[in-house]
Design a protein. Structure first.
Length: 66
């Protein structure tokens, strides 16, 4: 995926850089890159998925009690 930002008339380089960084954050490019940074075995993926699911369930249970 290629991110491209063109400079607007009268725009400073700082604001151009901020706009680019915001675009990268919202598109999820960095999040996706971090996922593929290291090899994760199938078992480790399953453990992580189970932990994430357990956290989500705990959050739902706690929010329902209030």
């Amino acid at each position: 995926m290629s991110m491209q930002v063109s400079i607007r008339e009268g725009e400073s380089q700082e604001s151009l850089l901020r706009r680019f960084q915001r675009m990268v954050q919202t598109s999820g490019v960095l999040r996706e890159a971090k996922v593929y940074r290291h090899f994760i075995s199938r078992g480790e993926k399953e453990r992580m998925k189970a932990q994430k699911s357990a956290r989500r369930r705990r959050r739902q249970m706690n929010s329902g009690q209030r």
